[in-house]
Design a protein around this ligand. Structure first.
Ligand SMILES: [Cu+2]
Length: 714
């Protein structure tokens, strides 16, 4: 009884902390944070570009920019560059063999207890680049990447830079030394695995694909294997006239069913598994277990090399069971290049089954190469019904015409849209203007809601991912040199026009990040999840999610942890879960449909709508693993409490079983018993146990972690 009474003020404290963290309890007025959200100030490696983006070539090449960006279950992030050093090259891209891209640099990003970012350099920094050597694994640039079931990250495919067919040096008998001749981008067949650790993480090679692939797409199948399709083996002087038609499957299990990706292998699917796809084809595993290509991709080759590109207009899906592709129809606008393509939340029917899938398309340019140049503000929803039929419904207009924007599934399941440009930068680089305003597609009202605008311009190779606290990490920007011309040259840099006139977008890389705080974090007190879920949330099972707010919760949702490049995250999905309120929490049911809840790591959020606000507010997310024992095959990964900038802890972080004299790990920080005593203000304490708010750094009560410190019961 005594302990139970202590929990009453605890609920009040949790609500208070939630309110403080959410930005205050003052009711919102129209057009404030509760409707537009907010971009926080930019941050960057060593703080160099916090106040302004890189302004010259040397600044632009100082640090990698996040062309690819991945969240890991241990609370850290890994990202890497693209078009490394292009802007410092003195000759046009296609004519300067051997000088471009020594290999993209990678970084591990984490946030300390005060929210300060730390940037660490993985080993090796370029993931094992050694272009030209015997063991050349080429460049990470234009790989796709997936979060594996053991918490590592696989980068699959990429670039190998080599001289093209014209060797000016040889042709001239050595009289000409610069430029050296044509450049060629070959598809890379490498698989490289990143394993996070305290010192920055390591890259190690795994099995090579049977085909080199530049711009492939990779999805996680329901059985934990990976499926790769698309990409091109040779970009500029492609004598085949085709992208890679062959598909392959990566089996990460050994003969005993143990998950062991380092020993896994790729197998080609044979003739029936072949199909023609655009670069970075937008693919999604849908409710029927097939891999759906939805008519969106990068529809160029720059030189229109795919002779069968008309096929890319057709929506089709690959069935791993039959190893065959089936055409499923055509969208409202045919093929779209550089459009947003995200799955809308899977929703259960009355029986708790998931029998349909829907995909939002927004923006992009129309048609295959040479398609449109000006971005559209069009949208559509593709729905694949329970009978397998495809319905394409044109949707509302975006607030901005936008090409190459990143669609991010937010903590409510509604997609948010970031960055991009008003023209297709790949067609005529340097003529585009940036789109800085974010928008949200409100599923319930079928409208695009205008949100706040970012400080920075992020056109080509931008990225954005959902964080566990519901905010969005926005980064990237690695544009192509103006009109494919030289970067820095004797005449200066061809990008100066853009950087100095402001008429078009900044044409230098920006290695900074911004964090967007969506409206759903500014709508009063947020509900809280007060305990992590241990073990695997098994398909078809139910689990109690601890919350003091059970009575007010109106949605429980899983959102797949993000891994994105080229504004596509093929595994991305949100799944609304059936739930019932119980004492102490809400009991959610995990889908039994493995194709909906593809195995892996998810954020779990609870949301509700507070009185006086137009729209939901969400809890901090917890990281959970979904699947079953067999699919995980013994794989496990550290799942760390969330550690995010500007918000040192989730509103409530109960740490149970802490006995006197032991230390407690909270993210990367270890709170020693001494500091618990020294810096703690007991919020509620009864004798040797109770609740403690631990002040961390300069952020006090609003960001303190609550430690539930129990008396040791031996
Ligand atoms: Cu690219």
């Amino acid at each position: 009884m005594h302990r139970r009474r202590a929990l009453v003020p605890l609920a009040a404290v949790l609500a208070l902390l939630g309110t403080l963290i959410a930005g205050g309890s003052v009711p919102a007025a129209a057009d404030d944070l509760s409707t537009t959200g907010q971009f926080l100030p930019a941050f960057s490696e060593n703080g160099d570009f916090d106040s302004a983006p890189p302004a010259n070539v040397s600044e632009s090449t100082r640090y990698p920019t996040a062309v690819s960006l991945v969240a890991m279950p241990n609370g850290k992030y890994v990202y890497w560059n693209g078009l490394e050093n292009l802007e410092s090259d003195g000759y046009p891209l296609a004519t300067d063999a051997n000088r471009i891209s020594p290999g993209s640099r990678s970084r591990q990003l984490a946030f300390d207890v005060n929210g300060a970012p730390t940037f660490q350099v993985p080993t090796p920094e370029d993931a094992g680049e050694d272009p030209g050597s015997e063991n050349d694994q080429g460049d990470l640039f234009c790989a796709d990447q997936r979060i594996l079931l053991d918490g590592t990250v696989a980068a699959i495919g990429g670039t190998v830079w080599k001289p093209g067919p014209v060797d000016l040096v040889a042709l001239s008998g050595g009289a000409v030394t610069e430029p050296q001749g044509t450049t060629e981008l070959y598809g890379n067949n490498a698989t490289r695995i990143f394993r996070s650790d305290a010192s920055g993480g390591t890259w190690t090679p795994a099995d090579r694909m049977n085909y080199g692939r530049w711009y492939p797409a990779v999805v996680t199948l329901r059985d934990g294997r990976l499926f790769v399709a698309g990409g091109v083996k040779q970009l500029l002087y492609n004598d085949s006239g085709l992208n890679v038609h062959q598909t392959e499957i990566f089996d990460p299990y050994d003969g005993d069913g143990v998950y062991a990706p380092a020993q896994g292998s790729w197998t080609e699917n044979g003739a029936s598994g072949e199909t023609s796809l655009p670069l970075f084809p937008r693919m999604h595993v849908i409710h029927d277990g097939t891999v759906l290509y939805d008519g969106v991709g990068q529809m160029w080759g720059p030189f229109g090399q795919a002779v069968d590109e008309a096929l890319w207009n057709v929506v089709k899906s690959y069935d791993p069971a039959s190893n065959a592709w089936t055409d499923r129809g055509v969208g409202s606008f045919g093929a779209l290049s550089g459009a947003v393509s995200v799955l809308l939340p899977f929703t259960p029917d009355a029986n708790g089954d998931y029998n349909s899938s829907a995909i939002l398309h927004a923006g992009g340019v129309l048609g295959t190469s040479p398609g449109g140049f000006f971005a559209t503000d069009l949208s559509e929803t593709l729905t694949i019904g329970s009978d397998g039929s495809l319905t394409a419904a044109p949707g509302p207009q975006l607030n901005n015409r936008r090409w190459y924007s990143q669609g991010v599934i937010g903590a409510t399941g509604d997609p948010l849209i970031f960055s991009g440009a008003d023209k297709d930068e790949v067609i005529a680089p340097g003529l585009e203007s940036a789109v800085r305003q974010a928008e949200m597609y409100d599923v319930a009202s079928n409208t695009f809601v205008p949100l706040a605008s970012a400080a920075r311009e992020r056109t080509y190779h931008n990225s954005a991912i959902l964080l566990a606290d519901g905010r969005i990490l926005v980064g990237g920007h690695a544009p192509i040199n103006t009109l494919y011309g030289p970067g820095e040259s004797a005449l200066g840099t061809s990008n100066d026009l853009h950087n100095n006139t402001g008429l078009t977008a900044n044409n230098l890389k920006d290695s900074s990040f911004e964090i967007f705080s969506p409206p759903y974090l500014h709508r009063g007190a947020r509900p809280a999840i007060t305990a992590n879920v241990s073990g695997i949330m098994e398909w078809g099972s139910d689990r109690l999610i601890s919350t003091p707010d059970a009575a007010s919760i109106d949605k429980a949702i899983l959102v797949k942890m993000p891994a994105t490049t080229h504004v596509t995250d093929p595994d991305a999905r949100a799944i609304e879960l059936p739930f019932v309120a119980e004492t102490g929490g809400v009991r959610v049911t995990v889908p039994s449909n493995e194709a909906v809840a593809i195995p892996g790591y998810y954020y779990l959020f609870l949301s509700r709508t507070n009185a006086g606000y137009d729209g939901p507010t969400v809890s901090n997310g917890i990281v959970v693993r979904v699947g079953d024992e067999a699919v995980f095959g013994g794989a496990s990964a550290e799942i760390a409490p969330v550690q995010l900038p500007g918000q040192t802890m989730s509103a409530a972080l109960p740490v149970s079983g802490v006995s006197k004299g032991t230390s407690v790990a909270i993210g990367s920080a270890v709170v020693e018993p001494a500091s618990m005593r020294a810096s703690s203000n007991p919020v509620r304490s009864s004798g040797r146990g109770g609740m403690f708010a631990v002040a961390t750094g300069t952020i006090l009560a609003a960001a303190g972690a609550l430690l539930r410190r129990r008396r040791a019961t031996a």
